[in-house]
Each structure stands twice: as structure tokens, then as C-alpha cells.
Design a protein around this ligand. Structure first.
Ligand SMILES: [Zn+2]
Length: 230
């Protein structure tokens, strides 16, 4: 029987999971347990001044739940920070370390924080802190209060970074392609002029891809040389 992993996906905003949505759906279909941790509530993701941050965060929480259900995600964890306000803080760091120690993932997936021209501070921050936690969360003196609460030091064996300028690993997501786009459509608030978010995302992918076949692949920087190949 194939080994069953827990895979933790750490992202900044509701809709970031679309970057690896085909991979999430593939892992879920193969019977792995996929947990998604989203750091912000996405409450600044609009250009419409009539949509308040309060309204938007409520919408985006529901959209994220629907997208995760469509991808087969087992558990969604929300840290509920304000959009655009993430920083390298002890508070955010502690949440990520705690999530790793609670969920005990075999694999962690997050942003490549070193992507050139990544201007969104939340993407850089989450990628950096999640990669750091994946490296250090087995250290007993990092947030030692966790052990007192029964959460023992541990860390994932493998880390995959999406949106990398230096990918070294490709996942064929042809089989889960439609599912990825349907899940993206759940982010209705992020569509433009009646165009569903899945279509908007597809158009963006097409503008950056050399061929249609390339669209149905998701690339990563696989950090360690383990046999945990997704
Ligand atoms: Zn984002």
C-alpha cells in the first residue's frame, strides 16, 4: 500500500492555493491528508471602495472554504491577520511553528520567498517564515511553551516551494486540471468584470506559458533530496 502523508500548505491569502491547486487535488485524490494554513483574511483584495474590509473578509472566508472543499483539502486553518500587514513577527512565527507541531506534516509547501520581483510583502514573509519553521521546528528551545502544552518539536522531511525562479521539480496536473480551475472559481470576489477567477488565472497562465501542455504542470523548488516525491 502506498504511504499516506500529511502535507501542509502555508499561504498568505485565500486564492494563493491556486498556484499549487492541481497538486493539492492530486495529493488528496491519492489519499494523502492535505492541510492548508492561510495567514490573512484577504480583506484588502479589492479595488472597489464600496466593499469594506469587513465585508470582504467575510466573503473570502467562505470562498476559501469552498475552494478547499473543491480541492479535497482535509483541514483549513485560518490565522486571520489583516491583508498586506504580515511581517517577520514572533506572533506569526509562533503560529507557523505551532501548526507544524500540531499537524506533523511529512511535506510542507509554500512560496519561494526568493522569487525575483515578488512585490507582495505577504508572499515574501510567509514563504520565508514557513521555510524557516520547516527547518527549525524540531528544536526544543524554539517556542518551548509548545512542549508544555503537549506539542513536541518536529519538522517536515521535505519542502516544496512554488512560484520559484529556480524550479527543479514538475508535477503533471493534467488529471486534476479541471478541478483546480473549478476550485479557483470559488474565489468569486477575485474575478474581474464577470470573469470567474479560474478563467482570469488561466488567462494569466496562458500569457506566461510557452505551450498549452505547459499549463497543466506545476513547478516547484524541491529543497531536500528525500524520496517524498509528489
Ligand atoms: Zn497572495
Amino acid at each position: 500500500m502506498q504511504e499516506r502523508w500529511t502535507v501542509l500548505v502555508v499561504i498568505a491569502h485565500p486564492d494563493d492555493e491556486t498556484a499549487c491547486g492541481g497538486t493539492i487535488a492530486k495529493l488528496a485524490e491519492e489519499g494523502h491528508r492535505v492541510v492548508v494554513a492561510v495567514a490573512t483574511n484577504g480583506n484588502k483584495g479589492t479595488h472597489d471602495p464600496a466593499v469594506t474590509p469587513e465585508m470582504l473578509s467575510q466573503m473570502r472566508v467562505r470562498e476559501m472554504e469552498q475552494a478547499c472543499a473543491a480541492l479535497g483539502v482535509s483541514k483549513l486553518i485560518r490565522y486571520d491577520y489583516d491583508d498586506g500587514a504580515l511581517a517577520d513577527s514572533p506572533d506569526l512565527k509562533e503560529r507557523i511553528y505551532r501548526t507544524i507541531r500540531e499537524e506533523k506534516p511529512d511535506i510542507l509547501i509554500t512560496f519561494d520567498p526568493w522569487r525575483k520581483y515578488e512585490f507582495h510583502p505577504d508572499h515574501r514573509t510567509v514563504g520565508m517564515l514557513a521555510a524557516e519553521a520547516a527547518y527549525l521546528a524540531d528544536g526544543c528551545w524554539y517556542f518551548p511553551q509548545h512542549a508544555a502544552a503537549g506539542l513536541m518539536p518536529c519538522k517536515p522531511q521535505e519542502v516544496y516551494l512554488f512560484w520559484s525562479d529556480e524550479p527543479n521539480y514538475t508535477v503533471d496536473v493534467a488529471a486534476t486540471w479541471e478541478r483546480k480551475l473549478r476550485a479557483a472559481d470559488a474565489h468569486a470576489s477575485q474575478g474581474t468584470d464577470g470573469e470567474p477567477f479560474g478563467t482570469k488565472y488561466l488567462n494569466w497562465l496562458r500569457a506566461n506559458a510557452a505551450s498549452e501542455a505547459e499549463l497543466r504542470r506545476e513547478t516547484f523548488r524541491k529543497v531536500y533530496r528525500t524520496s517524498l516525491t509528489i
